[in-house]
Write a protein that binds this ligand. Structure first.
Ligand SMILES: [Zn+2]
Length: 312
């Protein structure tokens, strides 16, 4: 199959219905040759089963005799939403730099807000369900507070010298950004060295250069890293060639997104939102279409259900 498109508008023309979308997904996931989800057999001659007199993508494996479809084991599995609506949602999600709200997506697709909310969670999961990168080289690190009822809270800086634990209405996110721009984030419960050091070790390769502010937990990293601190108290974000400007820039992107689009994000879902923004940021050099295709083939294993999401 040679379906080509390079924009949202072209996709709408190139994939006019659920069948075209299903065939496109088959070409991306299987290279066009049906591959049994159960035993992995790749065979053009897997049986095609008709449903209500029509072939709708249901195969029966020639080898293990099990039934499978291209959506089995993906975020699309078992969804009553047609594949084309899923594709539209995926393209929007892949291309909107700051994400999209469930209310807006509901209007765009003509589905209920609850349905759109569920779709967005599945999308977010499939976009971000990847092994976190280990950062190395020169890595700037910082923490930020997210949430809070005070509408000015997003502008808050850290309390100087304070260790600042999380509270009912704010959550602490720690982040590292490698020079050149790969970001990794992690929700932490407080800013104590005992909490932060193990997370830093998971996030950044030993021996790297860490550029941080003067928060005192960072002074304990010297055993494993070269540490350079910049003085935020004096309004400086630069120490010679070293700066925390890049991770600061990511925080403002994240906060604008959360405040502008997602409004109130619960701490429970915050890591997933951080991953969403991190994924978009880290893949900023590829095109929307490439990001869309990546999301489609990265769907394996995503089987969130509604109850899992709303569970407290
Ligand atoms: Zn099989």
């Amino acid at each position: 199959m040679t379906t080509q498109f390079n924009s949202f508008a072209q996709m709408l023309t190139a994939l006019p219905d659920d069948k075209a979308c299903r065939e496109y997904l088959e070409s991306k996931r299987w290279g066009g040759v049906p591959t049994c989800t159960h035993c992995g057999t790749i065979d053009e001659k897997h049986y095609k089963l008709n449903v209500n007199g029509e072939f709708k993508g249901m195969y029966k494996c020639k080898s293990c005799k099990e039934r499978f479809t291209v959506t089995l084991g993906t975020m699309f599995e078992g969804s009553p939403i047609g594949l084309r609506k899923w594709f539209i949602a995926t393209y929007i999600f892949a291309s909107h730099k700051k994400g999209i709200s469930s209310h807006q997506l509901a209007r765009d697709l003509g589905v209920t807000q609850k349905t759109a909310w569920f779709m967005l969670h599945r999308l977010r999961q499939s976009f971000t369900d990847i092994e976190p990168k280990i950062l190395s080289g020169v890595v700037s690190m910082d923490e930020t507070f997210v949430g809070g009822k005070n509408k000015n809270r997003h502008a808050d800086k850290k309390i100087e010298g304070g260790q600042g634990g999380a509270s009912a209405d704010k959550t602490i996110v720690m982040g590292g950004m490698q020079l050149g721009g790969t970001v990794v984030t992690k929700i932490i419960v407080d800013r104590e060295a005992n909490t932060m050091l193990p997370e830093i070790k998971k996030m950044v390769k030993k021996g790297s250069i860490l550029v941080t502010d003067e928060h005192r937990a960072y002074y304990k990293v010297k055993k494993d890293y070269f540490h350079i601190s910049v003085n935020h108290a004096e309004g400086a974000y630069v120490n010679g060639a070293f700066t925390t400007n890049n991770i600061e820039g990511f925080w403002s992107l994240l906060k604008r997104g959360i405040i502008g689009i997602y409004h109130q994000v619960t701490p429970k879902h915050l890591q997933t939102y951080c991953n969403e923004f991190g994924f978009r940021y880290n893949s900023r050099k590829i095109t929307d279409k490439e990001r869309f295709d990546m999301a489609l083939i990265r769907t394996e294993g995503v089987k969130l259900n509604y109850n899992m999401l709303i569970a407290k």
